[in-house]
Design a protein around this ligand. Structure first.
Ligand code: ADP
Ligand code: MG
Length: 664
């Protein structure tokens, strides 16, 4: 079966006269020419006028028409923002960082100057920053220190159709902020008034229930950007596919051997699937006859570091086909030039809150069927630069059975963190005007969790602990653990563990047919008390390796132990950020406070840090040997002494490998 979707190309799709994007057609075209060739450029002046006239507009346009990269620049270049900043929010961090890089290049500046970004655990912006790409989570976090977002003149809420929890939270807050900032100056109170300008809000999306957003903002006007969409032929599989990875592999090589030039974009649910399909495609591609086109594989998913995915935007070299393996990030957030063929597994990962099933309530990521609107977006990716083909690895009946669009996240994920953040703003979750009301059970469960953690008292009021918890860019449970670690004198260790747990990639590489050898090679990290101290052992071992080995050596060490180095590096960045927050609350990282007896039977080696210490003569323990100790402080005389010492079982540290063990 086949059917065409999308409108036929408009009569004058491109002022330069060709359907080709300049990126593909050669190095001659400058970034400025590329900007002018985007569909949005045609309506630039009208759009600027619209933004000037209205406090809120809803802006719709095909993916790739130039909304996310151009609108902030138009606002800046036309002076609408005055002296304030333009914020552009994104649901995913990799979108925020790569869009900032692109727009900085178009403005011929470095990221972090006029154009910057801010995502959790990573910020590149400064006093000169005028356009800032940030995750919706980060701007909600900024509300805590600046409840009326006074530094911003324009807030662009991008990818609003995704209806993430943070986006919904932001939309609800923006309504109140805009009202406050549009009051006559004297109503705002003295001192502030002169600094405040009215706030402009732009809601953007490729696919969006424009009506609903417009209504929410008192019937704000809706603007449409004429897109450039070519016909896409869609093929459904004749019967259901039980193994989408194998099907994707097969269809990819059919396309590769039977079809003409053009890149292939394969939609997969998550990073694991991407990595596994990458391996199998590579394996088969290496066996192709010499005369066939080469294959270059570009993975694209949310957990990638900034810049890691840059090759995805470069045109493939001659006689090479690019094969992009992406999650739904390539549905609308990021446009990849050169794609002519789309292979759609029909799956995505979605956060699901199990409030009732688990009692306490947990967020889980489940692989599930996509919605009709996702399926259409995915197919549309094949028709950006010319007619294309889309191969759906599911039947037409399955497509017809799909939900029209996804349920807003506010109705299906944990609200604990949001309830806490709102409490810090002096607001209650139930009182806010949301586009969709959250589920009652989830709200109750969030309040209960926060009360159990001590963030709220019996009258549902925020406690000092709760306020401190909110300052950590962490799940409230982890934030509470970090705070507790102060009392137990184990902050450095706890922060290491929490950093790994908060990283978006998994620490342990799990390859099903090598599970035994993986377990064997990681055995030395295993801790008798369980997984948390095992994680700590891995981190410690990696830190020692990092001192001793170069980049290649570190990578090899991780490979040998089936560890994901990306997770370790991400955890390191998270840890550095958490240390800053800890410092604000007097949680010290200066000295390690546990040590192990050395073979000499007299000195003890610190477990964190490298100092060798002795037990202070004043200690009750000074006359005996102890396999392991913890202590309050170090005293520096002619020797380094530990004071306030207690003995602890050595098993607490048993398998944290020392340098000697590592080489054995
Ligand atoms: P929209 O938001 O309307 O979907 P964008 O503004 O994100 O569109 O993208 C406009 C065009 O800019 C895309 O077609 C793409 O080719 C190009 N582009 C965007 N980001 C990058 C990037 N990081 N590198 C190269 N080209 C990019
Ligand atoms: Mg966009």
């Amino acid at each position: 079966h086949s059917a065409a979707i999308g409108a036929s190309p408009p009569s004058n799709p491109n002022p330069n006269g060709t359907g080709d994007t300049p990126t593909r057609s050669g190095k001659s075209s400058s970034l400025q020419e590329q900007r002018r060739a985007l569909p949005i450029a045609l309506g630039r002046e009208k759009l600027i006028a619209r933004i000037r006239q209205n406090d809120v507009i809803v802006l719709l346009g095909e993916t790739g028409s130039g909304k996310t990269t151009q609108v902030p620049q138009y606002i800046l270049e036309s002076g609408i923002a005055g002296t304030g900043m333009v914020a552009v929010t994104q649901p995913r961090r990799v979108a925020a960082t790569s869009l900032a890089a692109r727009v900085a290049a178009e403005q011929t500046v470095k990221v972090g100057t006029t154009v910057g970004y801010s995502v959790r655990f990573d910020e590149r912006s400064g006093p000169d920053t005028r356009i800032k790409y940030l995750t919706d989570g980060m701007i909600v976090r900024e509300l805590l220190s600046d409840p009326i977002l006074s530094r911003y003149s324009v807030i662009i809420v991008d990818e609003a159709h995704e209806r993430t929890l943070r986006t919904d939270l932001l939309l609800a807050s923006l309504k109140g902020i805009q009202k406050y900032r549009s009051q006559p100056s004297d109503a705002k109170g003295k001192g502030r008034a002169s600094l405040l300008n009215p706030l402009k809000i732009i809601i953007m999306s490729a696919t969006l229930d424009a009506e609903k957003f417009s209504k929410f903002f008192n019937n704000a006007p809706v603007e449409y950007i004429q897109g450039r969409q070519h016909p896409v032929q869609i093929f459904h599989s004749a019967e259901g596919q039980s193994d989408y990875l194998t099907s994707a592999l097969r269809v990819f090589f059919q396309v590769h051997t039977d079809q003409g030039p053009g890149d292939v974009l394969i939609f997969l649910p998550g990073q694991d699937d991407i990595e596994s399909l990458e391996k199998s495609i590579q394996l088969y591609a290496n066996r192709l006859p010499h005369k066939s086109m080469e294959v270059v594989i570009c993975p694209m998913y949310a957990a990638q570091a900034a810049g890691q995915n840059s090759k995805v935007f470069n045109a493939a070299p001659p006689n090479t086909r690019k094969c992009i393996l992406a999650t739904n990030i390539a549905e609308t957030s990021i446009t990849i030039p050169g794609v002519k063929y789309v292979i759609d597994t029909g799956k995505c990962k979605e956060k699901q809150y199990l409030a009732r099933e688990t009692g306490g309530g947990f967020d889980t990521l489940l692989t599930r069927d996509i919605t009709k609107s996702s399926a259409n977006q995915r197919a549309g990716r094949a028709g950006r630069e010319g007619s294309g083909l889309c191969f759906r690895l599911y039947t037409e009946a399955a497509y017809n059975n799909m939900a029209v669009s996804a349920e807003p996240e506010i109705r299906r994920c944990s609200l604990t963190s949001s309830v806490l953040q709102l409490k810090c703003l002096g607001q209650d979750f139930q009182e806010l005007d949301f586009m969709d009301k959250p589920d009652y059970d989830s709200v109750v469960s969030a309040y209960k969790s926060l009360w159990l953690l001590g963030a709220l008292n019996n009258s549902k009021e925020l406690t000092p602990t709760g306020r401190q918890m909110a300052a950590f860019p962490l799940d409230p449970v982890y934030a509470r653990i970090v705070l507790a670690s102060k009392e137990y004198n184990c902050a450095p260790e706890i922060v290491e563990i929490v950093s790994v747990l908060s990283a978006s990639s998994k620490l342990f590489v799990d390859i099903s047919d090598q599970r035994d050898s993986a377990a064997e090679s990681r055995r030395k990290f295993r801790h008798p008390t369980g997984d948390h101290l095992t994680i700590l052992a891995v981190v410690k071992a990696y830190q020692e390796i990092a001192l001793a080995e170069n980049k290649a050596g570190r990578r090899e060490w991780c490979r040998r132990h089936f560890l994901n180095e990306r997770a370790l590096l991400e955890a390191r960045d998270i840890r550095d950020q958490l240390k800053l927050t800890c410092a604000r609350f007097g949680i010290s990282f200066d000295e390690g406070n546990s040590a192990l007896l050395q073979p000499d039977g007299v000195t003890y080696k610190q477990t964190m840090g490298h100092t060798t210490v002795k037990i202070h003569p004043s200690s009750a323990l000074s006359d005996r040997k102890h396999p392991a100790i913890i202590f309050n402080e170090l005293v520096y005389t002619n020797q380094v002494y530990a004071r306030g010492v207690s003995s602890i079982p050595k098993s607490f540290f048993m398998s944290i490998p020392t340098l000697n063990q590592r080489h054995s």
